[in-house]
Design a protein around this ligand. Sequence first.
Ligand code: ASP
Ligand code: MG
Length: 443
Amino acid sequence: MGATVEPLPTVVKYGGAALSPEMAPRAVEDLLGRKGLVVAVVSARAGVTDQLLACLEPPFRTVRHVETLEEMRLKHPDLPASGQGYLLALERDLKRLRTVGRATPELSDRILTYGERLSAGWFAGELQRRGRAAQAVEADRLGLRTDGTPGDPRILLSASAASVRRGLTPLLRRGVLPVVTGFLGRAGDGRVTTLGRGGSDYSATALAYCLGWARVELVKQSVGLRSADPRLVPGARPVSRLSFDEAEELAQFGAKVLHPRTMEPARARGMEVTIRSLEDPTQRTLVGPGPGPEPLRALTLLGPVSLLLLRVPGGRQRRGVLAEVTLALSAGGVTVATLYTSSALLCIVVESAQGPRAFRLLKRFTQDEGATLEGPRPAALVTAIGEGLLSDLGRLPVGLPPLVLGASATSRTLSLAVPADRGVEVLRALHQNLVERREAPAG
Ligand code: ASP
Ligand code: MG
């Protein structure tokens, strides 16, 4: 063999579980063993974001906050001076939280970001101790811009590109490995915003977009992507290849291994995104522009969710009725997870916690003669995903139909709402029919 080819420049993201005390040494080796240009992106270390979230729950007790600070110190040993600064800043912000007595969106976001800031400082320190020049980089200071929408902000890719390049290129030129915080960015008004749970995946593809790089690796602790959550479906199979569209549907319909917006920058630039396991190098999933050679069949479970049934006279044909309903909900702060309609019945699915509020907001539509509103009813959404999925309708389990409260379908998804307590059972039955039996040799 000739000289080995330098791998293409790659953004490599390490998730929180891959940075746990047990796994972290492997993550460090993984990175040190790489050739070619690399930017690392890190999540908060395992459990840290959950702990910070717990601090935001009232009552805001000093003891609890002091304990958390101590844990943060222990979880990020040997922090360089800049990292020590984050601990002090976190201490100040927790104190502010106790004084204000309310977790304002701004304060909450600020507090949550210390998980990633500490992680980047600590990880860069580990690399330096192993002789690799590395530097922690905070994504908000770097200029990763977001639109600031609370809870679900979008990264403004074009607006971020120039400053991201300006920040990272000089480091890369000097052979310094940037370790960038995942999960956060800066809104136009300068506020820091977090990207939602699992948001570091999205940070990774967004940074690759800004750099004009075509490779991203999302490194998880154990499994890559599977045909279903292996904790719920023991027979879940590894998935080796899928398309952006399929990956996006999986994330939207509840697969927790991927943040729902991760594929947006990747699709825009036709990147190759690999999801791989740190424990087992054979576990790899490649997400790319087209579908894989084997048709994907994967399942997700989202729930419990709340189902509301609104019957409007004139039905869905009534001009603007869908817009009125969804606007009323969004103005009241409720996000519609999915919506099915028949001629006069709108079946609206929202997050469980938002069910009662959605009911109140929809109440005004019942003033029309003949209109009715039922719910919120606890449900689970079981979704089958894969290009050409509707050709599988004949494989659906025989006992299923009476359980189905509503369904929506496209050429690559079939999403069924079923009673909340039957979700896992339906998920397993669908997995058996669509994934496991499909593989069995024809008799
Ligand atoms: N630390 C954040 C979370 O736990 C973001 C991430 O892990 O990607 O959700
Ligand atoms: Mg995570």
